[in-house]
Design a protein around this ligand. Structure first.
Ligand SMILES: Nc1ncnc2c1ncn2[C@@H]1O[C@H](COP(=O)(O)OP(=O)(O)OP(=O)(O)O)[C@@H](O)[C@H]1O
Ligand SMILES: [Mg+2]
Length: 358
C-alpha cells in the first residue's frame, strides 16, 4: 500500500471531506455523448461534499439520479465525467480500497433465500471478520429494530416483500462501517418500523461518529435525519443546505384555511381563492380538498387580513393554521412542482410501489 493510501485510509486529513464530488456526470446509453436516442443523462454535472461524521441526504423524486449517484460513490458504476473522492481516494482509480471503508444497503434485494433471516445477517458479520459476540449482539439488535425477531428462523425465501426489504437494510447495517450508504432505506416500511429505523440510524451516527449518506423521497425523513441535504431533480442539485437553511431560503410561511364541508363549499372555496389572491404579501394560492393554502412573507399579520376579507364576504371558516415552510415548499420553489409521495403499502402493491397524490 502506498504511503498516500495508508494515510488516507487511517484517518485522512481532518479538513478533507469524506466525500468530494466535482462535475459528476453519468450518461446511460450511447458513447457518453447525449445527442442520440435512448440516451439518458441521469446525473448532469453535480458538485457536493460530505464532511466526516456528517449525516447527509439526497432528496429527490423518482428518476432524479439518486441511485445512479450512490452507485458511483460506492464504485458499483463508473462515472461518465467528473471526479469523485471518497475518504481521500479516487473511486475510479482505487475502487478496492474505497470499498473497504464503506457499507451499502441498496434498493435491490441482496439476501440469500435459502438462509434464515438470522443466518443472512450473521453471515455478513462473519464476512467482515467481526468477533462472534459482536455479531450475535448486533444481529439480535437489528432483528429487533427491523421487527424480524419472530421470523428470524424462517428461510428468507419465504419472507414477504416488506420483510425482505427490512432484511436487506439490516445486511447493510451489521458491520458498522465508518461510511454508510443507504439508498431509500425506509421506502416500503410501515410507519412504526420507519421510526425504529430512524432511531437506530440516529444512534449509530451519534455513538459511532459514522458518516452516513442517505437517499430518500420522503421530505420528513430528510428533515428528521439529515444535517445537510441536496435536493435533486433531473440529475441536478437544485438546492443544498441544512433543513433550516433551506426552509429559511423560502422566506415565506404557509397559511392554510379550511372551510366547512357543506353544500356551499366549492363556491366558498373559489371565492376564498379569489379574495386571498388580492391580499398584498400573499402568493401561490392554491385550492385543496378542504380549502385553500397560500404563502405569505409575514404569516401572522397576513392571516389576519385574509380572515378580515373573508368575513367581510361572509365566508365561514372552520380552521386556520400558519406554519413555517416545509422542505416540500423548498422543492416546489426550485422545481415548480410538488414532490409528494404517499405512504406505501408493501404487501398489496410490492415493496417499492409509490403512489403520487398529484
Ligand atoms: N441502467 C440504466 N440504463 C438506462 N437508464 C437508466 C439506468 N439506470 C437508471 N436509468 C435512468 O437514469 C435516471 C435516473 O435514475 P436513478 O435510478 O438514478 O434515479 P433515482 O433518483 O434513484 O430514482 P428512484 O427514486 O425511482 O429510485 C432515470 O431516468 C432512469 O430511468
Ligand atoms: Mg433510486
Amino acid at each position: 500500500m502506498s504511503a498516500a493510501l495508508a494515510a488516507a485510509r487511517s484517518s485522512g486529513t481532518p479538513a478533507e471531506p469524506m466525500i468530494d464530488v466535482t462535475g459528476l456526470v453519468k450518461v446511460y446509453g450511447g458513447n457518453g455523448d447525449d445527442a442520440g436516442a435512448g440516451v439518458v443523462r441521469a446525473v448532469d454535472g453535480i458538485d457536493f461534499h460530505v464532511d466526516r461524521g456528517e449525516f447527509f441526504g439526497f432528496l429527490g423524486p423518482n428518476g432524479s439520479g439518486k441511485t445512479t449517484t450512490i452507485k458511483i460513490l460506492t464504485t458499483l458504476l463508473r462515472p461518465t465525467g467528473g471526479t469523485v473522492r471518497v475518504g481521500g481516494l479516487d473511486v475510479v482509480r482505487d475502487p478496492r480500497e474505497v470499498r473497504k471503508m464503506l457499507g451499502y444497503a441498496g434498493q435491490s434485494i441482496g439476501v440469500d433465500g435459502d438462509l434464515t433471516g438470522r443466518e443472512n445477517l450473521r453471515l455478513i458479520g462473519h464476512l467482515y471478520h467481526l468477533p462472534g459476540s459482536v455479531v450475535r449482539d448486533r444481529v439480535e439488535e437489528l432483528l429487533e429494530v427491523l421487527q424480524l425477531t419472530e421470523a428470524a428462523d424462517r428461510p428468507a425465501g419465504t419472507y414477504s416483500g416488506g420483510m425482505r426489504r427490512r432484511l436487506d437494510l439490516g445486511s447493510g447495517l451489521v458491520h458498522h462501517p465508518p461510511l454508510l450508504f443507504l439508498d431509500e432505506p425506509t421506502t416500503g416500511l410501515d410507519p412504526q418500523t420507519r421510526n425504529a429505523v430512524w432511531e437506530y440510524l440516529r444512534a449509530l451516527h451519534r455513538t459511532e461518529r459514522m458518516t452516513i449518506f442517505l437517499t430518500t423521497q420522503y421530505m420528513e425523513e430528510a428533515d428528521q435525519l439529515c444535517q445537510r441535504l441536496a435536493i435533486m431533480d433531473h440529475g441536478r442539485i437544485v438546492a443544498a443546505g441544512s433543513p433550516p437553511e433551506l426552509k429559511a431560503g423560502i422566506g415565506a410561511d404557509l397559511i392554510t384555511i379550511r372551510l366547512p364541508q357543506d353544500e356551499g363549499f366549492e363556491a366558498s372555496r373559489a371565492r376564498a381563492l379569489a379574495l386571498a389572491q388580492g391580499v398584498p404579501d400573499v402568493s401561490g394560492v392554491v385550492e385543496f380538498d378542504q380549502g385553500v393554502t397560500m404563502r405569505a412573507g409575514h404569516g401572522g399579520a397576513t392571516l389576519v387580513e385574509v380572515l378580515r376579507r373573508l368575513e367581510a364576504d361572509r365566508i365561514r371558516v372552520n380552521e386556520v393554521a400558519v406554519a413555517p415552510p416545509t422542505l416540500d415548499q423548498v422543492f416546489l420553489q426550485h422545481t415548480g412542482r410538488e414532490m409528494r409521495v404517499e405512504e406505501v403499502r408493501p404487501t398489496s402493491s410490492g415493496p417499492w410501489a409509490r403512489h403520487r397524490r398529484d
